[in-house]
Write a protein that binds this ligand. Structure first.
Ligand code: MTE
Ligand code: MOS
Length: 742
């Protein structure tokens, strides 16, 4: 048997292709007779469409032109509900809404043509902020502008205030954030009446796109095929929007009879596709004389943009994570996501949790100050332990050691020494240093009964030559799916990673393993791969073809003999929901997630009080994630997530003008570069999770949750500024600094 592959930094499966440039992204593909497609969008945030004018000087008869009337099935991007049109018909509800599609072989003429289309509209009054939407300044969604609301109740908050020695309140805000995957969104479609619809593209969830196309074209499932091409990052941004572009490309292909490619440039991608939901959170917290949380009342609101899309799910995760890794007997969380006339906000790494965790962890530092405890002492007195219950009344059954994580993080960062030293050093000059931390948890997998509904499947097959194939709908987007599945299958079969091949996700070939979201791939789908691989070797052993101990030669012989005798050698495994996990969607109580990753992050910052620029100087990320399958990829997940968190905290500021992103270029939407990111020091604690493959839990989104509040707490420590919002740009910090010195 081979040495274990899990726990080792084996070469990345698709690494060679990516590094040598032979990997094929959607824009690398061309098809015979292929033409290009573009989207003509609304010019206003809200209004009635009166007509479409095709300007002079363009040979319009050479163009394929598609409007809502050309849609063969239902005009929607099918997701949770079918509210978002694929092409606006009578009304537009945000300024980037697609109204007309054009296709032509000449890209440059196409661009001129796009500019020559005028959409005539009668404007209606729009709503742009959470406040205006809640106040129903205009009702733009059903009766009350609310897409979805949740309420979590634990104990009795109303009577708990009496036991509180201190009550601390606060309001916190986070801004929208653009995913900024390296590869912008794109699709190629081939279609035609009477034939099937096939799309190739950059995407996270092949079966989401499949579902949307089936509805849009009203076709039987077998006649729609979705293939994932090499994907240059998704970060949640390619969870839902690819269904829109796929629909557009397929409609143009359907009408023209030719393959159609739509690839967004960066500006269009930034303007039109989904971003992180802006948020506003209010906290009211009761603390006893001895520093125990006695009541937490949390009010959490997200700006959903113009259509519901995935917002209820993002809100759900944000709500469940809003009270953090603490044990408090009385908790009330009320949350809602509201409609505005901005492009729909969507999934972005962390899925609502970075927003609510920012508010909580910044708030707790303020609570600590009000009560007269250090930030760490307040957390220590309230950390959750095994057997205690989270806000949704989930009993934590795993081993959890927040104290230990905190000790380690504070020690590795030199927290105590720096906390003291900076206080004296800061008196001397304009550069102020500060250090702060955040402690948090992140649940992996779909929430509550979500995994049960998904009922994901994975397939493992073996060939006569002893090659093992993994077939899953899970996509590789840089986070390591292919390598991790190979390691898991290899160890289950006692083989080398090189003997495992991961098939390209293609709905015509691979089973539906659910979407590649919610940090679920390793923990949930990886477990299916592990079981399927184990059952292959069981099958061979039961057939008397393989002994308990074997090498790769024996495995190959056994596969060959088995296939000759019985035919295909394969195992399809379907997700089984653990019997002891219960969730109630009505009361929002129960086992929200099968497992959580736990973490403490420490940020050290410097603030130049003359320019109000904050820089992250050092970063320590300590987390418990179950078994680490691939040390380099795992550390990469944390480093990349922290870098995105630094952007969220300090730099990435979307300037909104009438519901439109006004700074949709990378020259003025500032993301951190390597010059702005310190050496991120990543440490793992490993407590194997009994239900994860080889003991692994999900980690993909975790790092986004704790980074921004750790930085905000460090800025507050450095300057005394009461940071309540991110991104904390120099402009905003300057105002805060002025109020400190006023
Ligand atoms: N890492 C890279 N390199 N590229 C990505 O697109 N997406 C993130 C995270 N890490 C992403 C990434 C998001 S939003 C999620 S939900 C998880 O990876 C999904 O992958 P997993 O299930 O394998 O964790
Ligand atoms: Mo990740 S935001 O769940 O794609």
């Amino acid at each position: 048997m081979k040495d274990p592959q899990i726990g080792k930094a084996v070469p990345r499966k698709e690494g060679r292709e990516k590094v040598t440039g032979s990997a094929r992204y959607v824009d690398d593909l061309t098809f015979k007779g292929m033409i290009h497609g573009v989207t003509v969008r609304s010019s206003i945030a809200r209004g009635r469409i009166l007509g479409i004018q095709f300007g002079e000087g363009i040979p319009w008869d050479e163009f394929t032109i598609v409007t809502a009337k050309d849609i063969p099935g239902k005009n929607c991007v099918a997701l949770l509900i079918e509210d978002q049109p694929c092409l606006a018909d009578q009304f537009v509800n945000h300024p980037e809404e697609a109204v007309v599609l054009l296709a032509h072989a000449d890209k440059y003429l196409l661009e001129e043509a796009r500019r020559a289309v005028r959409i005539e509209t009668q404007p209606l009054p729009p709503v742009f902020t959470i406040e205006d939407s809640l106040a129903r300044k205009q009702v733009i969604w059903v009766e009350d502008n609310i897409f979805k609301a949740y309420q979590v109740e634990k104990g009795n908050v109303d009577t708990a205030w009496e036991a509180a020695e201190f009550i601390v309140e606060g309001e916190y805000e986070t801004g929208a954030q653009e995913q900024l995957y390296i590869e912008p969104q794109g699709m190629i479609a081939q279609a035609g009446p009477g034939s099937r619809v096939t799309v190739w593209g950059s995407l996270q969830c092949p079966y989401y796109v499949h579902k949307a196309l089936v509805r849009l074209f009203d076709l039987p499932k077998e006649q729609v095929r979705v293939v994932q091409t090499e994907t240059g990052g998704g970060f949640g941004g390619k969870e839902e929007y690819p269904s829109m572009i796929a629909g557009h490309a397929a409609l143009l292909a359907w009408k023209s009879g030719k393959p159609v490619k739509i690839v967004y440039d960066r500006a269009e991608d930034m303007a039109a596709t989904t971003k992180r939901h802006p948020s506003r959170t209010r906290h009211r917290t009761g603390i006893s004389r001895d520093g125990k949380l006695v009541a937490m009342e949390i009010d959490f609101t997200l700006d959903g943009g113009a259509y519901e899309t995935l917002s209820p799910v993002v809100l759900s995760r944000g709500t469940i994570h809003a009270a953090g890794p603490y044990s408090c007997p009385n908790v009330r969380i009320r949350s809602r996501v509201v409609a505005t006339n901005a492009p729909p906000h969507g999934a972005f790494r962390g899925f609502g949790a970075p927003q609510s965790v920012f508010a909580l962890e910044r708030h707790l530092d303020r609570v600590a100050a009000a009560v007269g405890l250090t930030p760490e002492e307040l957390r220590r007195r309230n950390f959750i332990h095994e057997g205690e219950t989270l806000a949704v009344s989930q009993v934590v059954r795993e081993k959890v050691q927040m104290d230990k994580l905190l000790d380690r993080a504070l020690e590795l960062s030199g927290y105590h020494e720096k906390r003291k030293r900076f206080a004296t050093e800061n008196a001397r000059g304009p550069i102020k240093l500060g250090i702060g931390f955040a402690s948090f948890l992140h649940g992996a997998g779909f929430t509550g009964s979500g995994e049960e509904y998904l009922a994901s499947e994975a397939l493992v097959t073996a060939t006569r030559e002893g090659k093992v194939h993994v077939l899953a709908g899970s996509t590789e987007m840089g986070q390591g799916t292919n390598t991790i599945f190979a390691q898991i299958a290899a160890d289950a079969l006692g083989l080398d990673c090189q003997q495992i091949e991961i098939l390209q996700p293609d709905t015509a070939l691979v089973p539906n393993s659910g979407p590649t979201v919610a940090s679920r791939t390793t923990m949930i789908v990886g477990k299916l791969v592990e079981s399927a691989a184990l059952s292959i070797s069981k099958t061979l052993q039961n057939a008397g073809l393989l002994k308990a101990e074997y090498g790769s030669k024996e495995f190959q012989d056994a596969c060959c003999r088995y296939i000759e005798k019985f035919g295909a050698l394969q195992s399809l495994v379907k997700y089984q929901h653990p019997q002891d996990l219960h969730w109630d969607d009505g009361t929002y109580q129960g086992d929200a997630y099968g497992a959580y990753a736990w973490a403490v992050y420490v940020a050290e910052v410097s603030v130049d009080t003359r320019t109000a620029e904050a820089r992250v100087e050092d970063f320590v990320a300590v987390q418990e994630v179950g078994k680490v399958i691939h040390p380099v990829l795992a550390a990469g997940q944390i480093e990349g997530g922290v870098a995105q968190g630094i952007g969220f905290a300090l730099y990435e500021n979307i300037v909104w003008q009438e519901g439109r992103m006004a700074n949709g270029q990378m020259t003025n939407y500032i993301m951190p570069t390597s010059m702005d990111v310190p050496n991120i020091r990543v440490y793992f604690e490993e407590i194997p999770y009994a239900r994860g493959p080889a003991g692994a839990k999900g980690i993909g989104e975790l790092p986004l949750d704790g980074t921004a509040p750790a930085i905000a707490n460090a800025i507050a420590h450095a300057t005394g500024a009461d940071v309540r919002a991110v991104p904390m740009t120099p402009e905003k910090l300057m105002e805060l600094l002025e109020s400190v010195h006023a």
